[in-house]
Design a protein around this ligand. Sequence first.
Ligand SMILES: [Zn+2]
Length: 74
Amino acid sequence: MSEQCQNPGTHKFTWPGKYESYICDIHLPKLRMVANAMGVYIQIRPLPEDEQWQCQQISDARQSALRQGEGGGE
Ligand SMILES: [Zn+2]
């Protein structure tokens, strides 16, 4: 298992047709870049103050951040 990011999430995002997750300020630009490169539009919303979630991304790998969605395919 990879290590999960320990940062508090600041945004909630939806990967279309796959999953919703939470993300921190550090991973957000990376997620945007990956989505951009794949031509995928992701919905990103600021996390409301009354919702507290940890970032769900994997801390050491830029691309395996997407793995948790599974259901793969190019
Ligand atoms: Zn993070």
